[in-house]
Design a protein around this ligand. Structure first.
Ligand code: ZN
Length: 351
């Protein structure tokens, strides 16, 4: 009897989707990031079948990936409510709800959904997605005794810092973000969740990564308390200065180094490294093979190069270029003068 009913159910599904697209086709479109079409095609199907968990999840995930978090929530909630068998659909709906609520700064609901996804443990990828966010968003028990302090632009999490130091830390970062954003003029979707670690070893153990790093899409920074004021927050701020379709190490790191607000002599560091290693700067090679160079050299070099681009071409052109950071796009935006600027930069640095 059950098989018979299932067949009827499948048949009914095929009929109702027959003239349009199937759920499988919608997931395929989702996988190829054709998100706006997914929503357009799924919505009419939902009218005849409003509690369909597949359709609701597809629409909810598409809105989330389009960073339309508020629009995503009703579809994801409906999936959770109607998936009484606790399948992978509910797991992903919960995981994505955790992200949406986090981006809307509803931290309680974000933690609740994310942990529920993790505890459901029905499909490996969703469980991993939730676990990564538990660590990144500060929901793990490890953060239980951290001090959370909000300011105008940040929600700070301090592992171990005295009240006076916290006060100074916050006021200096507030000044820094406003200075940096005078250039980028970005509108961030939320306050930056800024984790200030006392111990690099603890971070490495818990997160499996070296400090510091930023997750611009979630407006998150994990930083050691002694790291530069500007580097990691520039990763977040710059991410919202234009639509980003292609990042490269030279330009993306170079931008954060350029705005790190330190006054170290980067030119000297680069020249000393070149001399000690008997090497010459070839920008084209560093642009294409960023990972082949050690950070002690590539980071300061990239900061100098980005400054050179901004000095030569100005803020507006630079931000226009920043969305697609390849050499090819630089040629299109900056024109023929680019190659001369690169040549002059190489000559200046190599002597
Ligand atoms: Zn960086």
């Amino acid at each position: 009897m059950k098989n018979f009913l299932t067949s009827i159910f499948i048949l009914a599904n095929l009929i109702s989707f027959g003239q349009n697209v199937t759920v499988e086709e919608l997931w395929k479109m989702y996988s190829s990031h054709d998100l706006i079409s997914v929503i357009e095609k799924a919505k009419p199907l939902l009218e005849n079948d409003p509690n369909n968990i597949n359709l609701n999840l597809i629409i909810g995930r598409s809105y989330t990936d389009l960073t339309e978090f508020k629009n995503a929530i009703p579809y994801l909630e409906l999936t959770v409510k109607n998936d009484s068998n606790n399948t992978w659909l509910k797991a992903w709906a919960l995981g994505y709800l955790g992200t949406c609520y986090f981006m809307l700064q509803d931290y309680n609901n974000s933690m609740k959904a994310t942990k529920e996804c993790y505890q459901l443990n029905v499909t490996k990828n969703a469980t991993q997605y939730a676990y990564k966010n538990i660590l990144l968003f500060g929901f793990d028990d490890f953060y239980k005794n951290w001090k959370i302090v909000e300011s105008d632009h940040f929600r700070f999490h301090f592992q171990n810092m005295g009240d006076l130091d916290i006060k100074n830390y916050i006021s200096s970062r507030e000044v820094t973000i406003q200075n940096i954003n005078k250039f980028f003029n970005s509108k961030l979707p939320k306050k930056i969740d800024f984790f200030v670690w006392d111990s690099r070893e603890d971070a490495k153990k818990l997160l499996g990564a070296n400090l510091g790093f930023a997750d611009p899409g979630s407006c998150i920074v994990h930083s050691h308390y002694q790291q530069t004021k500007g580097h990691e927050m520039t990763h977040v701020i710059s991410n919202y200065s234009t639509k980003i379709i292609n990042k490269t190490g030279l330009i993306n790191e170079g931008t954060s180094v350029c705005f790190d607000q330190t006054n170290q002599n980067k030119e000297q560091i680069v020249k000393d490294w070149l001399k000690a290693n008997d090497k010459k700067v070839v920008i084209g090679d560093i642009w294409g093979n960023w990972k082949n160079y050690p950070e002690e050299f590539s980071y300061p070099l990239s900061g100098l190069f980005v400054k050179e681009l901004i000095d030569n071409f100005g803020r507006e052109k630079f931000i226009e270029f920043f969305g697609n950071q390849s050499y090819e796009n630089a040629k299109i935006i900056f024109g023929d003068k680019l190659d001369k600027v690169i040549k002059d930069f190489e000559n200046k640095t190599n002597t």
